[in-house]
Design a binder for this molecule. Sequence first.
Ligand SMILES: Nc1nc2c(c(=O)[nH]1)N(C=O)[C@@H](CNc1ccc(C(=O)N[C@@H](CCC(=O)O)C(=O)O)cc1)CN2
Ligand SMILES: Nc1nc2c(ncn2[C@@H]2O[C@H](COP(=O)(O)OP(=O)(O)OP(=O)(O)O)[C@@H](O)[C@H]2O)c(=O)[nH]1
Ligand SMILES: [Mg+2]
Length: 469
Amino acid sequence: MDPGFRRDDDGRRYAFPWTQSFTAVTASPTDTIVAIATPPGAGGVGIVRLSGPAAHAIAQALCGRALRPRHAHHARFRDGDGTILDDGLALAFAAPASYTGEDVVELQAHGSPPVLQQLVARCCALGARMARAGEFSERAYLNGRLDLAQAEAVADLIAAGDLRAARAARRALEGEFSARVDALADALLAIRVHVEAAIDFADEPLDTLGGAALRAQLSDARAQLDALLAAAERGQKLRDGLHAVIVGPPNAGKSSLLNALAGSDRAIVTDVAGTTRDLLRETVRIDGVELTLVDTAGLRAGGDAIEREGMRRARDELRRADLALVVLDARDPDAGLRALAGDLDGVPQRIVVHNKIDLLSAPPAANGDALPASARTGAGLDAVHARLRAAAGDDGAGEGAFTARARQVQALRRAATALADADAALDRERLELAAEALRIGHDALGEITGRTLPDDLLGRIFSTFCIGK
Ligand SMILES: Nc1nc2c(c(=O)[nH]1)N(C=O)[C@@H](CNc1ccc(C(=O)N[C@@H](CCC(=O)O)C(=O)O)cc1)CN2
Ligand SMILES: Nc1nc2c(ncn2[C@@H]2O[C@H](COP(=O)(O)OP(=O)(O)OP(=O)(O)O)[C@@H](O)[C@H]2O)c(=O)[nH]1
Ligand SMILES: [Mg+2]
């Protein structure tokens, strides 16, 4: 049913083989690439990875023996003059059964940066060249081992800041996102075939050509696409983590609260109203969940040119926020809230903190949803933590969530617009227009998995990966 894909023994999906439109991009790379695959710095073990047709010959020269694929060999890695660079494990994979789909060798040496660099240099002397960022995964993609969404999920997995994001990237890597995109693309293909066939019977009304079934299929596809778009939008947030912006009137204690939540003296705190001007971003982890906190300039009328620019940046940041952490002076919270006027409109979530409760003569009265706290004494901060944690955990990390990228969300939006256009064209029995809109929608979906791709996109995507990945 889906000839573009096969499954491996574990049931993992691989895009294979590539469709016709794709061969132009897959001109087979013939050079052998090398890179340090482990992170920079000293470590217990460091891995140098080779991929390409000369990988086995280069490794054989280094190790002084042939390597049996998929067996670990303990070997001495030697320089050109016979000097021992290191001893370690060599592991060979024969094409196509490897990560990249090419011949691959791993030299697992001691994790010493100068040793690893020398091993790379020796591989280059033997005919390899240094890999570009993301080039191993790019080859895995070009060889049909991973589709594009899966390759991007590899990079997202590596970059995941917490376990939730890592799990969601794993699901995208397993192909859950790709499978839903492909199912939708298949449905669109069937609809396109139907419309193209109907065009050939131009004098018949659509009704007599199975029009009702066609319209039902299209409306079904649109509903599926909307659900996928919503899931991908949540997936984008999962990848990026919750973006919480601290706002409030000057001097309310926003910077003090940032410092208290971050557990360090990041922001300047003074009793001068208008201390903070620039945005200050800090990544904090609460119970293993990562979120970004942004401290901003206090919002009020007036102020000098610098402060006004600070407020402009604060409002700008607030428009992109997932959550506003509103800090008010507990001694007069209502005045503070009034000063924020319409600034909080359109922010999806908010947590209101009444700060400086240590200055109140009586304990604070319950005040709606607001959390009484003191950035100075730490009172009430546990509740602020808990609310932030709940907000960050409530952004789609549930069962079945997968990471997605802006590129993918945009492609889904283009597809949704195209399907709406197709529907409108069918309303007016404009079959050619509908066919064209369906083609645009189909292509947009193909861009996500990389089955149909504008030329310049590949390089841009893989260049954001790490070297050695
Ligand atoms: N040492 C090491 N660990 C690693 C990697 C690696 O490259 N080296 N990986 C790098 O990202 C990840 C694992 N990814 C891999 C994916 C496919 C194959 C592979 O050899 N695939 C063959 C055989 C499949 C099998 O026997 O199960 C194939 O698909 O045909 C290897 C690693 C994580 N751990
Ligand atoms: N007593 C008391 N003082 C606090 C508390 N939180 C902050 N302050 C003080 O309030 C003053 C202003 O604190 P900041 O954290 O700089 O306030 P801000 O909201 O960042 O102010 P701007 O950056 O100017 O908008 C400083 O003198 C802080 O020490 C608190 O919980 N209790
Ligand atoms: Mg401040």
